[in-house]
Write a protein that binds this ligand. Structure first.
Ligand code: ZN
Length: 150
């Protein structure tokens, strides 16, 4: 099931790719249903908070008409940054499945771990490496293309 849902997150990442945004995608699943989708839209919206995870959380909260996403799972192609990891904790998401690590910004265990901070009142289950090759190659393809176009 995780692989299936990560494919959906990758589908979101591809939307970002096709609009020249850094290709990161996220979805939120509740009771087997996708209730939120998002892809990075920082450039097009000119908004530093328009990361895939934030947009997916907003859509999911709107859908279930609550800010708590307790029994939800988020699938995201790239390890969330400090802002998104914070939003995931604030949304009380129960489980987080990550495609690939972000050595420069990852705050779910790589640089810092906001998802299981001993002093926070919410901790969640985090899994890494689902469709890792696809999730990381879409990023390296994007940055290679960007360098070549310059
Ligand atoms: Zn982020």
């Amino acid at each position: 099931m995780d692989i299936l849902y990560m494919r959906e997150a990758l589908r979101e990442a591809k939307k970002a790719y096709s609009t020249y945004e850094v290709p990161v995608g996220a979805i939120v699943v509740y009771n087997g249903e996708i209730i939120g989708r998002g892809y990075n839209q920082r450039e097009i919206l000119k908004d530093p908070t328009a990361h895939a995870e934030i947009l997916a959380i907003k859509e999911a909260s709107k859908y279930i008409e609550a800010w708590r996403l307790l029994n939800c799972t988020m699938y995201v192609t790239l390890e969330p940054c400090a802002m998104c990891a914070g939003a995931i904790v604030n949304a009380r998401i129960g489980r987080l499945v990550i495609g690939t690590r972000d050595p420069k910004r990852g705050c779910c265990g790589t640089i810092e771990d906001l998802t299981n901070h001993p002093k926070f009142n919410h901790r969640l289950e985090v899994e890494f490496g689902v469709l890792e090759d696809e999730c990381s190659s879409i990023l390296s393809d994007f940055f290679r293309e960007l360098r070549e176009s310059k």
